[in-house]
Design a protein around this ligand. Sequence first.
Ligand code: F6P
Length: 327
Amino acid sequence: MASTIKRIGVLTSGGDAPGMNAAVRAVVRACIYYDIEVFGVYKGYDGLINANIKQLYVRSVSNILSRGGTFLLTARSEEFRTKEGREKAYENFKKFDLDALVVIGGDGSFTGANIFSQEFDVPVIGIPGTIDNDLAGTDFTIGFDTACNTAREAIDKIRDTASSHERLFFVEVMGRDAGFIAVNSAIGGGAVAMVVPEHNWTIDALIKRLRKGAANKKASNVVVIAEGCQLGNAYEVADAVKKELGYFDIRVTVLGHLQRGGSPTTMDRVLASRLGVAAVEGLRHGESKVMVGMINNEIAYTPIGQAIKTEKRLGAEEFRIAKILSI
Ligand code: F6P
């Protein structure tokens, strides 16, 4: 049966992530390959509400594969959270004669996509783009690998100065309520400990780990703190440790938004390219209200509601490995 999808809109929404451009490029080129007209919606859902929409062509996406950020711009739209906002968005969806929407973003963007798709019975497909990696239905989200590499590279640099001065560093990384960036950058960067929201660390346990390292003549110590962890931010954790372990010369570094920028890694470019093509092919084959992800290196379509509601668990294995290696 011939596909009824003739015109697709594509937008990026929420926090930008390296590889979003690669995903837009893949959507645009796959559309053109399949004779589908494709329209860029600028500034996330706000662009749909304000009709900030332009047709994209094969050369519109030249030279963006290697660039971080998103050339379509992004926003966390407050107006789209309201029924009135979504009605305006639907008016423009119809005005531009769109048949489907591809949303590249994280859980907040997908919550909006799910509601919009249900309210107006519009075919919508999500592509997971967030550095946090906190979506079920995909092993990795676009931008996560680049963010981990950025954080790990920063930890390597901090390690140089930490060991020169025999200091203890607390490095805070992003991830919102999830510890994926923390765990990966900590293992990759040889951190003595990682404090993440998913794991019940206590200050006492952290102190015990650091004392043991000191007894083993550990020259430099880097502790990775996930921004959403229950012990507080990196400054608070550092203060609590300082009270007990006064002999450590302690410094704190908060990596912040630099983790969101930069040229995407090959992993992120390939993931974004595969998911972008699979999103268009999924729509052609009648998929809707799903997120396209990659599970065990295979394309998988998961209902959007399930992707945002299911908690993606951090593996216990990473903690075991990190503990063994931290002595
Ligand atoms: O979701 C991506 C993310 O970078 C989180 O890791 C972080 O908590 C949040 O966005 C920061 O949001 P903003 O850019 O609005 O400060």
